[in-house]
Ligand binder design. Structure first.
Ligand SMILES: CC(C)(COP(=O)(O)OP(=O)(O)OC[C@H]1O[C@@H](n2cnc3c(N)ncnc32)[C@H](O)[C@@H]1OP(=O)(O)O)[C@@H](O)C(=O)NCCC(=O)NCCS
Length: 109
């Protein structure tokens, strides 16, 4: 396997116990694998900052879309992605053992 075909990374903010994990997807895409903001620091713009850092870092690269997947029941995550420049792009029935998933995408400018 070519190592360039398999990479992942993380953006962390230790002061707020927050992190965003991402990995390369197919065809010039990047997927947010995990995003977590420390409980007492939510609604302060930390999640937005982490996502913006990822998208800004992909400018001038071949990666033109960032995908995020969340549980259908996770309304806060869906509000978050809608509120940070993502748009709904699909539903994945039975994606999680406990239920369906919703998929969002944001263009890299
Ligand atoms: C989802 C999560 C990462 C959001 O992080 P955050 O730092 O609180 O989000 P931000 O403060 O940057 O919010 C950005 C925008 O998202 C939306 N938003 C965030 N939290 C929201 C909430 N509880 N209710 C409604 N809208 C919300 C708003 O539009 C907000 O903009 P505004 O504050 O100017 O109105 C955080 O709630 C979290 O870690 N949740 C638990 C883990 C999780 O569900 N991760 C996502 C799994 S994919």
């Amino acid at each position: 396997m070519d190592v360039k075909d398999c990479w992942a990374g993380e953006i962390t903010d230790p002061t707020t116990d927050s992190r965003l994990l991402f990995r390369r997807g197919p065809g010039g895409t990047v997927e947010i694998v995990d995003l977590h903001v420390g409980g007492e620091y939510r609604r302060e713009g930390v999640g937005r900052k982490l996502v913006d850092l990822l998208v800004d870092g992909l400018k001038f690269t071949e990666y033109k879309k960032v995908y995020a997947i969340t549980r259908k029941e996770n309304r806060i995550a869906q509000d978050f992605y809608r509120g940070t420049g993502f748009r709904l792009c699909g539903a994945l029935k039975g994606f999680y053992p406990e239920g369906d998933a919703i998929m969002f995408v944001r263009d890299v400018p």
